[in-house]
Design a protein around this ligand. Sequence first.
Ligand code: PGA
Length: 257
Amino acid sequence: MRKLLIAGNWKMNLGFQEAIDLSKKLANYCKSIKEIDVAVFPASPYIFQVAKEASKTIIKVGAQNMHHEPKGAFTGEISTKMVLTCGGSMVIIGHSERRHIFNENNEFIRDKVKSAIDNGLMPVLCIGEKLEDRENGRTSEILDYQLSGSLKDIDLSPLDKIILAYEPVWAIGTGKNATPEQAQETQAFIRNWMITKFGKGIGDVRILYGGSVKPENAHSLLIQEDIDGALIGGASLSIDSFGKIIDIALEIAKEEK
Ligand code: PGA
């Protein structure tokens, strides 16, 4: 069985003290959890301190983005090593906000995935279609394009080097989540795509769903066969809502879906 991962993408939110307070509450909340994995992605200046708060718990900490070069004149960027030495172990790559607001293309994203894997950071590669793509029946085509480009010539053996997150762009921060059926159907497509490309061994790759996940819809999404966790933005910013989603995942894990 694939272990559920509940991940909070804090984006450009929370003051320093708020981030630390939330980390402390979360560390306390997760004290005795073993059945699921939990991760948070704070703003980069907070990674070190958040990782310190999380250090004796199951909580993994990661960056929301990184550059593939190891060092150099890349104003405003951070490297894999910087994330690692600050206590981070994961990194979100290709989030739709990076693809669409900052115009990151597949080639750039692919270089970041490779750099993360080569340096021992676990990438959470995000993919997802826009509303017009879904309405025009182009969802599979877009996902195929994003997956092929972002994973081009990447060696995924051993096969537990990556996590995927399906995040339909129209569901992010809009309050409008994909229905459990839509998400399941698309995530099954992604899993099959991975198996076709990398072989049966990749069948257990974890595929998260992201886009307006909240306590009210988490259960119906997380019980789907091909949904192995959630990447959560807005609802990860308070222990109340994030904790509730963790509890829902725990309950499902204990029941063994
Ligand atoms: P949201 O964001 O939960 O606020 O929709 C999800 C994400 O962007 O990862």
